[in-house]
Ligand binder design. Structure first.
Ligand code: 3HC
Length: 310
């Protein structure tokens, strides 16, 4: 029976079809999806902190409204992804605990500080831009619920990227101080955004298997290169420099040559030693603990409703 299930799973993957929650799947496939989808969901929720820092200090009502909408979208992305992860038989409260006890992680990128208003533009343009490059292929991931969650997320990410680009466009054409602020933010967010795509393929523990299972459709380095090629053009339109003197078009390769991010820094940040890790985790821990009674009350109320209805 197990062999029949195994070959059934392989056949679905080979045919580029979707594995659905009730299909038989190797335990390792289920575990790596829980790891990646939980990490993705945790990243969306923690990612609200750096930008949330600027909601009360946005320079105009319209910028405040745009930023509020974006941060609310990120919360929604987290909830879609926790719901999609729960189809694999885990409970989101369990995933919260694994984040708080360090057994699960969130994206390195959210451990950097947002020092000026221009950081909100740089995050939208670069971080959400990188997210789009990484998440569009995930719409074709072999696990149905994850792929379908990504379709809605990607539509909202394009609004996130566009509003960031437009905000930097205005700053770059503003006063000298505004232009300087925009360039400084791009200088600080460029390399951490390149590192978001993960370690180089040679050091990627999961890529080989994830690609065989059609979870990961392109390698970390392929997506990083795609992001660089796309972003260099946009930087030209913005009139801002990317902080890489080695950046140049390589006609033979048909891609830009560029300086790699510091992967030792990536691993240090992933292990908890980034500029804001402690603050992000303290805030997240407080939110989960303080929110416990609200979740319990809502669950008790829902149970009562079901009893009354039954
Ligand atoms: N931050 C934290 N951990 C990272 C990381 C990063 N940027 N890049 C890699 N890692 C971890 C992996 O989780 C893995 O950890 P493990 O060994 O403990 O399991 C290890 O480093 C080795 O990396 P791999 O390449 O082998 O891992 P993956 O195959 O999982 O590839 C990934 C990494 C490309 C990030 C992949 O997990 C992925 O595509 N995840 C889904 C997208 C995602 O999580 N994006 C996070 C940002 S959220 C976001 O962009 C929201 C937007 O609104 C800004």
């Amino acid at each position: 029976r197990r062999d029949a299930e195994e070959s059934e799973f392989e056949a679905i993957i080979a045919a580029d079809k979707k594995i659905e929650p009730r299909d038989a799947m190797p335990e390792a496939y289920r575990k790596t999806l829980i790891r990646q989808m939980a990490q993705h969901a945790h990243s969306e929720i923690i990612g609200m902190q750096p930008e949330g820092n600027w909601i009360s200090r946005a320079p105009s009502l319209s910028r405040k409204a745009i930023l509020l909408a974006k941060v609310q979208d990120e919360a929604g992305h987290g909830l879609y992804l926790y719901a999609a992860a729960e189809t694999l038989g885990v409970d989101r409260d369990e995933l919260y605990e694994q984040l708080l006890n360090g057994r699960q992680k969130y994206s390195s990128i959210f451990n950097y500080p947002t020092l000026t208003w221009a950081d909100v533009g740089a995050i939208g343009w670069l971080v959400d831009g990188a997210a789009i490059v990484n998440q569009v292929p995930l719409c074709r991931c072999s696990y149905g619920p994850y792929a379908r969650a990504m379709i809605r997320v990607c539509k909202e990410e394009s609004f996130h990227q566009r509003q960031g680009f437009q905000s930097l466009y205005v700053l770059a054409r503003g006063t000298a101080a505004q232009r300087e602020m925009a360039q400084d933010a791009v200088n600080r967010w460029w390399y951490p955004s390149l590192a978001m795509f993960g370690p180089p393929d040679a050091d990627s523990t999961h890529s080989q298997q994830s690609m065989e299972w059609k979870i990961k459709r392109y390698s970390n380095d392929e997506l990083r290169q795609r992001f660089v090629d796309m972003t260099v053009q946009q930087a030209g339109v913005l009139g801002l420099e990317l902080p890489d003197p080695e950046l140049r078009w390589n006609a033979e390769r048909g891609h830009y040559d560029y300086t790699q991010p510091d992967y030792d820094e990536l691993m240090r940040v992933v292990k908890g030693d980034g500029p804001c890790n402690r603050q992000r985790m303290a805030n997240r821990t407080a939110a989960v603990r303080d929110g416990e009674w609200v979740r319990k009350a809502a669950a008790a109320y829902a149970r009562k409703q079901q009893e009354v209805a039954a």
